[in-house]
Design a protein. Structure first.
Length: 300
């Protein structure tokens, strides 16, 4: 497993300049450039080649588009945008393109809750969108990575598994974010929930996000807050053991923090938790080896 966070080089020059900060925090994964779709094919190839020479993995590209807009013309444009990003990611060697289910809300914001998002009709519509994105693309490395989020049906392990099985397409995977999957029923049962998630979804995981979650009991009604890793309720010992048992070179990112100092705290805590469990994040230049043990042996 590899660790990344706020480092998002926009050019080969920025990529080369990022080596010091990556080594300072024990990172070896970066986010693809925001302008990845603007790169020529040759530029995408050169960026990826230089990343590999530096021992850096480009872990994810992020389109940030709403794929359940009611505007059909806009939807077609966004599907084309994601298709282009997937093709550029493949050329670059980026692991994949991270999307959410989206929302039909008139605001056109992709994470706004809506009752439609928990219906069979939504599942069918989103399945069609996903298949349109990958249709005809020859992808050996990059995948379309769907991130769970509790605003839609795509947030509990069993429904996610059923959706992935309905696709049956190796070009599509899950970008696992356990925090996004937590609800009131699992706040104090995260160990059990993490194991259930990996038991069902392990073969589909193509990337990981690391965040933590706390219950703000001072608020009158249910309010859950993102907090620094270790300050919340998620069992990170189990989380890291299960991630480390996944096959492949898995890129894991911290996100949503506003200051480098907060990222530094998260990185330090993650390295400590990994070490306490006999694990380690791959440093820049280190090559992924076989998983240390089967997932089934790491459920305790």
């Amino acid at each position: 497993m590899r660790l990344g966070g706020f480092v998002r080089p926009e050019s080969v020059a920025e990529l080369e300049a990022s080596v010091g900060i990556l080594d300072t925090y024990g990172l070896s994964a970066v986010v693809a450039p925001r302008r990845i779709n603007e790169l020529t094919d040759d530029e995408a190839v050169v960026y990826g080649e230089r990343a590999r020479e530096l021992g850096v993995v480009v872990g994810e590209a992020i389109p940030t588009v709403n794929l359940l807009t009611r505007d059909r013309d806009a939807l077609a444009q966004r599907i084309d945008y994601c298709r282009t990003m997937l093709r550029k990611s493949e050329l670059m060697g980026c692991h994949g393109v991270v999307i959410l289910v989206g929302s039909p809300d008139p605001s056109d914001v992709h994470h706004v809750p809506h009752p439609y998002l928990f219906t069979d009709e939504c599942r069918a519509e989103f399945r069609e969108v996903v298949l349109r994105i990958v249709d005809g693309l020859e992808l050996e490395h990059a995948r379309l990575l769907i991130e769970p989020w509790n605003h839609s049906f795509f947030y509990r392990p069993r429904p996610i598994l059923e959706f992935m099985e309905s696709l049956g397409d190796p070009r599509v995977a899950v970008h696992l974010d356990q925090m996004n999957m937590i609800d009131q029923d699992h706040l104090f049962r995260t160990t059990e929930y993490i194991n259930e998630t990996f038991d069902l979804l392990g073969p589909y995981v193509g990337g990981v996000h690391f965040k933590d979650l706390a219950w703000d009991w001072k608020h009158m009604f249910l309010k859950l807050d993102e907090v620094l890793i270790g300050d919340g309720l998620i069992d990170y010992d189990t989380y890291l053991r299960r991630v480390a048992a996944l096959e492949g070179d898995v890129a894991c990112f911290c996100e949503h923090l506003h200051a480098e100092g907060d990222y530094a705290i998260n990185f330090a805590r993650l390295h400590k938790i990994a070490a306490d469990n006999g694990l380690a994040f791959l440093r820049r230049g280190e090559v992924a080896a076989a998983p240390p043990a089967s997932a089934a042996s790491l459920t305790a």
